[in-house]
Ligand binder design. Structure first.
Ligand SMILES: C[S@@+](CC[C@H](N)C(=O)[O-])C[C@H]1O[C@@H](n2cnc3c(N)ncnc32)[C@H](O)[C@@H]1O
Length: 246
């Protein structure tokens, strides 16, 4: 019997990107770290700040909450979170010391502190039920997402929120486009299918999964969109009477 389509796509994705993920990624980000923020600014035609504010507006945060930014890079998200709510306790995790060095300097220059951990995010070095909010931006294509989603679920408190900003594909995409490494850098070729994204979040245990498309890209080789994705870890049910509390 053939494995279900989502599992088949996940295996194909792992086969295709395994070498990039395990052998090439660290060198790429070490090289790009000093230029990363300028490159984002130029690639977004100067709209990077506007774009971050738009993502931030979709993230439900409250004063004094503890937040983890996964694959934090140069701390664009951590800084945008603190600009919105300075009382947050923000933690950043990334495998690239070079990207985090730039990120720490950027945060310090603005008078913010972001607690940094250099670590692979397939195992999060934090206790269970620890964070109110976890964020992830433009990094899903680097990850074995099933593993990372279950780790994010583990470290979120019950009722905690997971907020993602990324490019997803919508329906079939040609193999040529999937293999195009130039488009991989631009978040396109390694993008996960939007249906798979939501299904994997639900499989990890999340509920309230929603995907808001805010921009569409229609290439002859496949359709893509920029999306804000939200999910939450179910909160404990309130006690309904004497029977269920025994
Ligand atoms: C495209 S950058 C995105 C950075 C940031 N989220 C942003 O939006 O600007 C991707 C980041 O993911 C990190 N990364 C990729 N795979 C990782 C892994 N397995 N563990 C930890 N960090 C990883 C890279 O080092 C890089 O800093």
């Amino acid at each position: 019997m053939n494995p279900p389509p989502i599992a088949t796509r996940e295996i194909a994705r792992e086969n295709q990107f395994n070498v990039v993920w395990t052998e090439e990624l660290d060198e790429v980000f070490a090289d790009v770290a000093p230029y990363y923020d300028r490159a984002n600014y130029v690639a977004s035609l100067g709209l990077w700040g506007w774009f971050l504010r738009r993502f931030m507006a979709t993230v439900d945060i409250r004063p004094h909450e503890r937040v983890l930014d996964v694959c934090a890079g140069t701390n664009a998200i951590g800084i945008a979170l603190l600009e919105r709510e300075p009382t947050l306790e923000v933690h950043a995790i990334d495998r690239s010391a070079e990207m985090q060095e730039v990120g720490k300097r950027r945060a310090a220059a603005l008078g913010f502190h972001i607690e940094s951990v250099i670590h692979d995010v397939h195992r999060l070095p934090f206790p269970d039920n620890h964070f109110d909010v976890v964020t992830l931006q433009f990094a899903s294509r680097h990850l074995r997402v099933r593993r990372v989603f279950s780790e994010i679920y583990r470290v979120l408190k019950p009722g905690g929120r997971f907020a993602v900003s990324d490019v997803v594909s919508r329906g079939p995409v040609t193999d040529e486009l999937r293999r195009d490494m130039a488009l991989w850098v631009g978040c396109i070729s390694g993008a996960l299918d939007e249906t798979d994204y939501a299904a994997k979040l639900r499989k990890a245990g999340f509920d309230g999964v929603s995907l808001e498309t805010w921009r569409e890209y229609d290439f002859s080789e496949g359709k893509f969109s920029s999306a804000f994705i939200r999910a939450s870890k179910p909160a404990p049910q309130p006690c309904c009477g004497t029977e269920c509390c025994r």
